[in-house]
Design a binder for this molecule. Structure first.
Ligand code: HEC
Length: 217
């Protein structure tokens, strides 16, 4: 009895010793500048997996379970296209901007949505995998949640400070249709100016009101 008890405490001692040593080594690596903090570093396999695991668990537990309140039609897709081109294309790629250098220059890099759009344009026979309504809703809810709250430790901003919930749904609907848009919407999207600086799409003031306040000053 006494012997096995001693073995247990020996085990505890070794675990504590190894953890303390790992801690000291970690501190030394950081102290001597051994941990790459540049945004052009490449994430290690472990870092990427830990990130995905934490992200997926967070979204799964907190994303809303609601039906998309914005109907998908030409008008709402156009609104989504303008929001996307003005706010998201700089990092995720858009018309006139297929591979975003800005998106590449942040760590971790921004997924290039435009590449998938181009694939769909050049492969007209490609069909998105079939989804049940429940799967489609889960995908919408996931995107809505991520766009609204952003992704911590990455360049993905929380858009709740710039966009209303309706606008976020519009941009999410656009995101999920950007590879197979109605021709009118696709044409209009191609004409939209691309701005690396977010355009104030969410500003509710009308031009007339803005003029008045300027005169007051
Ligand atoms: C400053 C750069 C930047 C801007 C601007 C930006 N994003 Fe992102 N976004 C990122 C990065 C980086 C990631 C990847 C984060 C990660 O690795 O988890 C990301 C991830 C995402 C994802 C998750 C993709 C996935 O695989 O699940 C969605 C959806 C998304 N962004 C949508 C948008 C929308 C919509 C906008 C505009 C309203 C936008 N982003 C604007 C940098 C940006």
């Amino acid at each position: 009895m006494a012997k096995s008890g001693g073995g247990f405490w020996k085990g505890v001692f070794w675990v504590i010793l190894i953890e303390a040593l790992a801690g000291v080594i970690g501190v030394l690596v950081v102290q001597f500048g051994g941990f790459p903090m540049g945004a052009d570093a490449h994430p290690s396999q472990l870092e990427a997996q830990l990130g995905h695991w934490t992200h997926d668990a967070w979204v799964q537990h907190h994303a809303p379970n609601v039906a998309d309140p914005v109907p998908v039609n030409e008008q709402t897709l156009l609104a989504g296209a303008a929001l996307y081109q003005g706010n998201c294309a700089a990092c995720h790629g858009g018309e006139h901007y297929t591979n975003s250098p800005l998106g590449r220059g942040i760590y971790p890099g921004a997924p290039q949505f435009m590449r998938f759009v181009e694939y769909q344009r050049t492969h007209p026979k490609f069909k998105l995998p079939h989804e049940t309504p429940a799967q489609e809703q889960a995908r919408n809810d996931h995107s809505f949640f991520v766009v609204k709250h952003g992704i911590r430790f990455t360049g993905m901003p929380a858009w709740r400070y710039n966009m209303t919930d309706t606008q976020i749904w519009e941009v999410v609907n656009f995101l999920h249709h950007m590879g197979h848009l109605p021709p009118n919407v696709e044409q209009a999207w191609k004409q939209m100016p691309m701005s690396p600086i977010p355009v104030p799409v969410a500003a509710p003031a009308t031009p007339a009101k803005a003029g008045k306040t300027m005169k007051k000053k």
